[in-house]
Ligand binder design. Structure first.
Ligand code: HEM
Ligand SMILES: *[C@@H]1O[C@H](CO)[C@@H](O)[C@H](O)[C@H]1NC(C)=O
Length: 509
């Protein structure tokens, strides 16, 4: 008996034969995979050879350098390579990072698709809406949605924005003590979510006190953190593999929570429309909002938007419409808190224009030049979207003669551009006079909203909201930093702070 186990014969022999063939086959497959990876690495090395970068490990790339504080590291690289530099994530993944306005102009003037490897990781969350779509489908959606940002539509939104800001300021008024301390990002996120829900989705309800809004915002934060880690993990690229890891499962759960929020918005509206009957009747009663435009939209071929497309757009705008402005407003308030002289000058301008702010309206928004300069300077130092990327669909040659082949992933570092000493002298200094009317600068030196055909569709909405929030806040509070908790900028899809943004408030009047 023991002999037959040691030297199998009959059916066992054929099993062991099969096993041998199978292991030989896997060995061959493994070798083929290794050869592919090797060749891909050689191709990347050659493609990027005209562009120097700090030495990188053959397997770990530059991951060690970027481990501690990524944006701090970006600043060091910008000083050394002010135009662009390759960055290796691991042995077979490198991207080309751009910090230079001329290079930005070339890339944004083309129509390369969004970098698939990066943006696709956001698809389980925001789907293929305007942000992720490419080519003809993107073009159709962009054309369909552009009317939703016409100024006739944006005008009444100013009132909703002001209402949302007042709810937030009331919460701050009720905090005890003469100098309450607040982590502003948390409050501002709820406020901007409230504002986009009221304006784009005509939602009625108290978003800023709802439990469900808080769980939506928490889910978004989880998603952003998990996305950040996934991009940097070679083993988490494959969707099937990722979905079996603890992070992958957490990611999908967080997406589910986010979708519950947006599904509810769609469900409520559809139910409401059924009650009212015709869609057209609705638009006469209240402002025509983003969701109406989506529901009424007929694509070129006459079909209405599929449920999946609708959901993707609602998820995209729910996120883009609140998280970016939350980042923007929080960092602007921080910038003003750390520069009391500019803060006071804004306040005087705003008091002269608005009194106590009770009648703030659309017409006021272009009458606050100094405040606008400060907002822009804060967007330069703290761009809410710190970087975007594209995948070259054809070779490119830059004005200095250097070139890249098709297939390279190009990352446009907006943060790097805005902190580039070749573009902005003394880049770390907050100096609103850089944006004084009539000051000349390169067309692509300041790109908080990106540029070209795929620029931010919500730019005007965002500028309005930031002005309303800054104006009303400065009229009611004096802001100071919390010296024991200096924020650490952190690029998590949008610009966050690793330790929150803590301010000390002084109630005015
Ligand atoms: C301060 C606030 C904001 C900043 C800094 C910002 C910045 C940007 C940037 C840099 C892009 C280009 C993304 C890329 O190339 O991958 C973009 C695109 C986009 N933004 Fe914004 N955004 C802001 C607010 C908003 C708001 C309020 C909305 C909606 C109400 C919005 C909706 C979008 C959409 C849908 C796109 C994709 C446009 C397209 O590809 O056609 N954004 N934004
Ligand atoms: C991901 O992994 C699964 C299982 O290992 C495999 O079947 C699939 O082909 C992989 N997908 C990609 C896109 O590589």
């Amino acid at each position: 008996m023991s002999a037959s186990v040691l030297s199998p014969s009959g059916p066992l022999a054929s099993v062991s034969g099969l096993l041998q063939v199978a292991s030989l086959l896997s060995l061959v497959l493994l070798l083929i995979k290794a050869a592919q990876l090797y060749l891909h690495r050689q191709w990347l090395l050659k493609a990027l050879q005209q562009f120097p970068c700090p030495p990188s490990h053959w397997l770990f790339g530059h991951s060690k350098e970027f481990q501690k504080n990524e944006l701090q590291q970006v600043l060091k690289w910008v000083e050394k390579f002010p135009t662009a530099s390759p960055r290796w994530f691991w042995g077979t993944k490198a991207i080309f990072v751009v910090y230079d306005p001329d290079y930005m102009k070339v890339v944004l003037g083309r129509s390369d698709p969004k970098a698939h490897g990066t943006y696709r990781l956001l698809a389980p969350w925001i789907g293929y809406g305007l942000l992720l779509l490419n080519g003809q489908p993107w073009f159709q959606h962009r054309r369909m949605l552009t009317p939703a940002f016409h100024y006739d539509i944006l005008k009444p939104y100013v009132g909703f924005m002001a209402d949302s800001v007042r709810v937030m300021l009331d919460k701050w008024q009720q905090l005890s003590g003469q100098n309450p301390r607040v982590e502003v990002f948390e409050y501002v996120s709820l406020m901007t979510l409230d504002s986009i829900m009221k304006s784009a989705f005509s939602h009625q309800g108290s978003v800023q006190t709802d439990r469900s809004s808080q769980s939506y915002i928490q889910a978004i934060e989880d998603i952003k953190n998990l996305f950040f880690s996934r991009v940097r993990n070679a083993f988490h690229q494959n969707d099937t593999v990722y979905s079996m890891t603890p992070s992958g499962r957490r990611y999908l759960r967080a997406c589910q929570v986010a979708h519950e929020h947006t599904d509810q918005v769609i469900r409520q509206r559809k139910a409401h429309l059924q009650k009212e009957g015709e869609l057209e009747k609705i638009s006469k009663k209240r402002h025509l909002d983003f969701l109406d435009i989506l529901l009424r939209a007929r694509m070129e071929n006459g079909d209405s938007l599929s449920d999946a497309d609708l959901r993707a757009e609602v998820d995209t705008f729910m996120f883009e419409g609140h998280d970016t402005t939350a980042s923007g407003i929080s960092w602007i308030l921080y910038a003003l808190a750390t520069h009391p002289e500019h803060q006071q000058r804004c306040r005087e301008e705003l008091q002269g224009l608005l009194g106590d702010g009770a009648s703030l309206s659309w017409d006021h928004l272009d009458q606050m030049p100094y405040t606008t300069m400060c907002i822009k300077e804060a967007l330069r130092l703290y761009p809410p979207v710190p970087g975007i990327s594209r995948e070259l669909s054809k070779p490119v040659t830059f004005p200095d003669g250097r070139s890249l082949p098709e297939g390279i992933t190009v990352s446009l570092s907006i943060y790097g551009l805005h902190h580039n000493p070749n573009v902005w002298p003394n880049p770390e200094v907050f100096d609103p006079s850089r944006f004084a009317p009539g000051t000349a600068r390169h067309s692509h030196a300041f790109l908080p909203f990106s540029g070209g055909s795929r620029n931010c569709i919500g730019k005007q909405f965002a500028m309005n909201e930031m002005k309303v929030a800054v104006a009303l806040t400065l009229l009611h509070f004096k802001l100071a930093p919390d010296p024991s908790r200096v924020p650490v900028p952190n690029a998590k899809v949008v610009l966050m702070s690793a330790n929150g943004i803590h301010l000390r408030l002084t109630k005015l009047q």
